[in-house]
Design a protein around this ligand. Structure first.
Ligand SMILES: [Zn+2]
Length: 249
């Protein structure tokens, strides 16, 4: 009897906490959405000395393909190749995760256009094999794989980085890897090492980038830019637009 009573009390307490939490989250969202509705990037706020033509802000996407590739100095991190200019940042990022208790795997660094063609063809074939029509298969493939020439992996400035536990559950990479604290640590701390999570979860970001949520794909933009973009919740596309509007091109 006493035990039942205690359980009832505990459940009531949990419900109260949950309701309190929901209210707090609701208020936060409301504040956030009302401020972002009126939010404009103040040009006076933009980091000093930054230009759209900086090497670490190069934009490669469907609307801005880079074909043929622009050559760069290559360096290795483990068995993966990255742009030599970000080699140390990648090493520091992974070491930072390790120090926080998370082992990580660098799944991908530089990928050539040729390799991207193979990835694209392989995903397309899988989609068709699963019974999709040609048009649907193209659409589904383009939503998750950048068409060859429009993947920023070809710049050597993008990495696919995963917590080992998240990767063990999702070896094919999946947005749901962010269920793992390791992946959330990477997403949260990326800016400290000059990286941003490039393809974010919210509808506005997906619209701007044209790519679905990727909880593993990080892009080097430099610490100053990464922190600014994160603070103001900007995709690279939106950030470059703001710089351009401010005459920083
Ligand atoms: Zn990637």
């Amino acid at each position: 009897m006493k035990r039942t009573y205690w359980l009832g009390g505990a459940i009531a307490a949990i419900v109260l906490v949950a309701v309190g939490g929901a209210v707090a989250v609701g208020q936060h969202n409301q504040r956030h959405s009302s401020s972002s509705a009126t939010k404009t990037v103040k040009t006076s706020d933009l980091p000093a000395g930054v230009k759209t033509t900086d090497w670490d802000l190069v934009l490669v996407n469907k609307q801005h393909p880079e074909d043929p590739e622009v050559p760069f100095d290559q360096a290795k991190v483990g068995d993966k190749v990255v742009n030599a200019k970000i080699q140390q940042a990648v090493v520091d990022f992974m070491n930072g995760a390790k120090a926080a208790g998370y082992q990580t795997t660098l799944v991908s660094g530089y990928r050539s256009i040729q390799y991207q063609k193979e990835v694209y063809a392989s995903v397309l074939a899988t989609n068709k094999a699963e019974g999709m029509s040609d048009a649907d298969a193209e659409k589904a493939t383009a939503a998750v794989v950048q068409t060859p020439g429009s993947s920023e992996h070809e710049t050597g400035l993008a990495i696919d980085l995963a917590g080992n536990d998240a990767l063990a559950k999702y070896p094919g990479l999946d947005g749901k890897m962010d269920q793992f604290a390791s992946q959330r640590w990477l997403i949260e701390h990326a800016p400290d090492y000059g990286f941003v999570l490039r393809y974010k979860k919210d509808a506005k970001s997906i619209k701007e980038t044209g790519i679905d949520y990727e909880s593993w794909h990080f892009r080097y933009v430099g610490v100053k830019n990464a922190k600014y973009m994160t603070k103001h919740d900007l995709t690279l596309e939106a950030y470059l637009k703001a710089l351009k509007a401010a005459g920083k091109d």
